[in-house]
Design a protein around this ligand. Sequence first.
Ligand code: BG6
Length: 302
Amino acid sequence: MFKKETIKAYNQEYGIADFIEFNEGAGGFTFVHIKNNHAEAQISLYGGQVTHYQPFGEEPVVWISPLAEFKYGKAIRGGIPICWPWFGPHLYDTKQPQHGVARVSNWSVVNTCILQDQQVKVVLRCDQDVIDQLTEWKGVTLELTIILGRALTLELCTYNHTSVKKSLGGALHSYLFVQDINQAILRGLKTTQYLDKLDNYTTKLQTDDVTLEKETDREYINTKADCFLWDKALNRHVKISKGGSGTTVVWNPWKTTSKQMTDFPDAGYLTMVCVEAAITAQDEYILLPNESHVLSQTISLI
Ligand code: BG6
């Protein structure tokens, strides 16, 4: 009952006919459905997570696991998880969740509007109580702006209202759909160095475009480059550009690791790859008092 009232209130305050609607979805979570004349997308207020993005007449652009669990305390497998304020495991506190607290927190709606050319904008804010429980992050606020136009853009803004500098990490951990990983090529990282997480973080050089042939978990360093995912089986190119990030993470769990994840189908690795705009422990951003930082990613079909 309470949930229905909340959804009704959200629709009254922030719904926009034909463009933005709030519904109860999987796991009883509240979702925002947005659409314009180009595409539709869905965002879970749990995690502030895009769970669907599909231009009309196309296959989905983001991948969501058919076994994703929609449960409090568990990250939703797929879409665009928000990793914040750290990437990977917490530096010293093993009780803290992998990839930070934002993807396992509730977010609320701050604003919605329609910009020129039917661009749909939704602004969300991460639960302040959760942030304030992290001693080092108390008083910092986190907002996510999602803009659906011809492309999908996410801007994750961290505001440091405190008098102490912060070491910021995180990622827009985008899971991208491909028809067949064996026929996919990721361009834009050629001649870039990467840390191979599966080989003890050894520094290696990417000599050619990236193809996925085995378990892959790499942090491409010192790169702000656009990436282009060429999906030969679908005969399409997905452009992934970013801002506020010096590292691009490429991840595919491949056969064995897929089987170890309960929320990931055994064959799921054949139809996805993560291309993440990241700020890792190696290149944390020093956020000065009263400063803000925007981590962004734009995904589009070209
Ligand atoms: C990637 C990391 O970003 O996320 C991988 O580089 C990790 O090491 C992967 O396995 C998935 O993480 P999680 O916590 O969502 O299972």
